[in-house]
Design a protein around this ligand. Sequence first.
Ligand SMILES: CC(C)=CCC/C(C)=C/CC/C(C)=C/CC/C(C)=C/CC/C(C)=C/CC/C(C)=C/CC/C(C)=C/COP(=O)(O)OP(=O)(O)O
Ligand code: 1GP
Ligand code: MG
Length: 227
Amino acid sequence: MYKEMNEWKHIFKLDPAKEITDENLEKLCESGTDAIIVGGTDNITLDGVLDLLSRIRRFTVPCILEISDMDAITPGFDFYFVPMVMNSTEKKWMMDIQHQAIKNYKDIMNWDEIFVEGYCILNEEAKAFRKTNCELPDTDDVTAYAFMVEHMFHLPIFYLEYSGTYGDAQLVRQVKNELNNTLLFYGGGIENSQQAVEMKEHADVIIVGNSIYTDFKNALKTVKAVK
Ligand SMILES: CC(C)=CCC/C(C)=C/CC/C(C)=C/CC/C(C)=C/CC/C(C)=C/CC/C(C)=C/CC/C(C)=C/COP(=O)(O)OP(=O)(O)O
Ligand SMILES: O=P(O)(O)OC[C@@H](O)CO
Ligand SMILES: [Mg+2]
């Protein structure tokens, strides 16, 4: 585990398929957030990733590529996050794409900068849910996935993903109570300081994505709210 990651509280997730002005990008990078993730589900191109990378690189904030497409992997990021979708009904999204990627890249992979995320996607409307043919887990299922991620796979991150909608804070609390070593990331629908504080009470790290593009001022305020 990258030592400082244990102390992270807040991350902004920027989508390479969406536009952001230099002015707003600077505000995000200088906001005090712990890191910027570059990632999304649809239309992720190498050009889009490289554009954001070069613009974020002007600042000191750690910059992470969350890999969702093999064709959009590039050197230059501080860290690489590799999703494995626990509640996908297809082995492909849990194992096979990652297996193929490791065959391609194993000779140049620096495992000190690569972190695998056990994803559990809980919003049926999210693009990632549909793309990876997820099934909606109940509370017991989610808890069991958390156990698997920590005790069977020993992954550094369990990611409760509600992308696009605000989730169930009580479920986040229950999951947090089951985890000891694996960090709990929460992402989904955080649009204001109050929501950020509520989810940060339970999750180790909150991720703010879409509201950067829909309500920038309030998205920016989520950093100070949790720090
Ligand atoms: C050249 C170089 C420096 C190499 C470095 C070495 C390296 C890091 C090699 C890669 C190793 C590896 C194992 C890669 C895995 C590659 C891969 C494509 C894995 C599959 C990932 C996956 C399951 C993708 C499916 C979609 C998904 C779950 C994406 C996660 C992010 C997410 C949920 C985004 C939010 O999406 P959403 O909000 O629903 O959608 P929009 O924001 O787009 O609307
Ligand atoms: O876009 P939102 O809904 O903020 O979710 C953040 C992140 O978890 C998406 O992968
Ligand atoms: Mg998104």
